[in-house]
Design a protein around this ligand. Structure first.
Ligand SMILES: C[S@@+](CC[C@H](N)C(=O)[O-])C[C@H]1O[C@@H](n2cnc3c(N)ncnc32)[C@H](O)[C@@H]1O
Length: 218
């Protein structure tokens, strides 16, 4: 199976960067609010759980894989993380990160990399690595998990969208029509992937439409 997902996913997120960023803002109108509740309530909850589990933050380092508009990056920087790096292959997303960071005065704390996580050569390791809303778009996650494991020392936080939900079918159809490939995971597949990546110390939390994996790199 092809491991990389560039091309269609990159185009999709570049065209819809502002739309994705808006999900984090309180939305107007009953329809938008219903859609956010039905399809996306895992987004604020996985954000909360990530911050709760990456402790302490002050003085620590974090790598955000597929950082998107950078809400995690900005929050880690605000809470005193020492090294805060985000990588995304959508330039438009990185522009939004820069805008968000400058609004709260943490621009100088962020290192932003424009590129593909799988091929970028990183320097050093990070206490925490995050891959949130990322594996949704990855056809073959194993090499990504293995690479993230090699870069992390304390905790890896990864989300995987659940397979067996009505919302899954609706999302699959919606994204396929928009030209973006999307992948879903039964719990057993996540367990197998973690085993193949040599990860044995982990928890899998159920967070609405997602599983959130908290894993010790070992
Ligand atoms: C749904 S967004 C999630 C953003 C952020 N993690 C969050 O939860 O708010 C997924 C992001 O991953 C990026 N992405 C997907 N595959 C990538 C890859 N192989 N390398 C770098 N970025 C990637 C996309 O461009 C997109 O911005």
């Amino acid at each position: 199976m092809k491991a990389t997902n560039s091309g269609k996913v990159q185009k999709f997120f570049t065209e819809r960067a502002s739309e994705f960023e808006a999900i984090y803002r309180p939305r107007k109108g009953p329809l938008h609010r219903f859609l956010d509740w039905y399809f996306r309530r895992s987004i604020p909850e996985r954000f909360r759980l990530t911050l709760e589990n990456c402790q302490p933050i002050e003085g620590r380092s974090v790598l955000d894989i597929g950082c998107g508009p950078g809400h995690y990056l900005v929050e880690f920087a605000k809470r005193g993380a020492d090294r805060v790096m985000g990588i995304d292959f959508s330039e438009k997303m990185l522009e939004i990160v820069s805008e968000n960071a400058s609004l709260v005065g943490v621009s100088d704390k962020l290192e932003l990399i424009s590129g593909d996580f799988l091929t970028h050569a990183f320097e050093g390791e990070f206490d925490y690595s995050l891959a949130i809303g990322f594996f949704d778009y990855i056809p073959d996650p194993l090499p990504y998990i293995e690479k993230a494991k090699g870069l992390s020392t304390k905790l890896m936080v990864m989300s995987f969208p659940k397979k067996w939900l009505l919302r899954t079918i609706i999302r699959k159809v919606r994204l396929t029509l928009k030209g973006c490939p999307v992948y879903f995971y039964p719990r057993g597949k996540i367990v197998r992937l973690l085993k193949e990546a040599g990860i044995s110390d982990y928890r899998i939390l159920s967070v609405y439409r997602d599983y959130l994996v908290l894993a010790k790199p070992g």
